[in-house]
Design a protein around this ligand. Structure first.
Ligand code: ZN
Length: 318
């Protein structure tokens, strides 16, 4: 989800609840995406790829800690004054001994809304880190939605203006209705696809999953055939009820060598940090193993790969 939505959702919920600390919630809401400040750690030390966008700060424990640190920094007088100067508004944000519990709780609430929204979005987030690095996702919304982003920007500007609160409330209501309806439409489509699409997959495809795309009505649907060790993917357009084949992809394809030897080499390659990172970023990881005696070229690829992440990686194993 975009940073404006992450600001608006807790801000609007806290407005409905008549909280005096709306900004603490909104800043807690955006704090997790300031992880771009620490991605250099993951770039310098590839084994720490959890230091990436939607990585370490996007878990319950570290998300709450991030929001508290963020609120603490923003509420320091010089920082607050500088931001206030830039945006030409007084920032009403206090975080001190007398209100630490309340404001801290609200900042964590903002972080929680962020985690929920990103959980609903493509590829998800490692909610239970540091216990597990696994990403969890409901795969309902796409990473970003241009309409939500554009409407959110207008709503944020209306909140910023010095105008009657009733107009601001209308703008906030429009935004929430839009966000919830888009989620409702996408959720309904996904539910329908999972109920009905198995008929589009002939053979032994026992597991069907669906992934949102930037078009609200277009889904990538993937069937998994464990018996024949392959995936089949198609693009489904819910409005036109049209299916377009993406292809069939073997879990592992071996060329010029024995399957056993390829499997042993893949085991070695799987432990490389760049491969672990690739698998972590991918929807599905298929492997092409080609023997170029005495070495193996192992190519990992994600057939649903998006522009947001690289969709293939080749490593050479001696
Ligand atoms: Zn995020």
């Amino acid at each position: 989800m975009d940073i404006i939505t992450h600001f608006l959702v807790p801000y609007i919920i806290l407005t409905i609840l008549k909280s005096k600390n709306k900004l603490a919630g909104a800043f807690g809401g955006i704090s997790l995406d300031f992880d771009f400040l620490i991605v250099w750690i993951g770039i310098l030390f590839p084994e720490y790829f959890i230091f990436s966008h939607r990585g370490i700060t996007h878990s319950f424990i570290l998300g709450f800690i991030t929001s508290l640190i963020f609120i603490y920094i923003l509420s320091r007088k010089p920082v607050k004054r500088s931001i206030g100067y830039v945006i030409k508004r007084d920032i009403n944000l206090e975080f001190n001994k007398s209100n630490a519990m309340t404001v801290g709780f609200i900042a964590c609430f903002g972080a929680l809304t962020h985690l929920v929204l990103d959980f609903l979005t493509s590829k998800g987030i490692p909610l239970l880190y540091p216990f597990t690095i696994t990403r969890y996702s409901a795969e309902i919304y796409y990473y970003l939605d241009s309409i939500t982003l554009a409407v959110g920007a207008v709503v944020l500007f209306i909140i910023y203006l010095k105008i009657n609160w009733k107009y601001k409330k209308v703008a906030m209501a429009v935004f929430i209705v839009l966000l919830v309806s888009f989620g409702g439409i996408r959720g309904y489509e996904k539910f329908t696809i999972l109920q009905t699409e198995s008929v589009s997959f002939n053979g032994n495809y026992t597991e069907i999953s669906a992934y949102p795309t930037s078009d609200m009505f277009v889904w990538n649907v993937v069937g998994t055939d464990f018996k024949n060790q392959q995936y089949h993917a198609l693009e489904y357009n819910a409005i036109e009820n049209r299916r377009q084949d993406i292809g069939t992809f073997k879990f592992i394809t071996v060329q010029n060598g024995s399957y056993e030897s390829a499997k042993n080499t893949i085991k070695i390659a799987d432990n490389l940090p760049e491969v672990e990172n690739f698998r972590w970023d991918a929807y599905f990881t298929c492997i092409d193993a080609t023997s170029n005696s005495p070495q193996w070229n192992i190519t990992y690829y994600d057939f649903l790969g998006s522009t947001w992440h690289m969709n293939n990686l080749t490593v050479i194993v001696p």
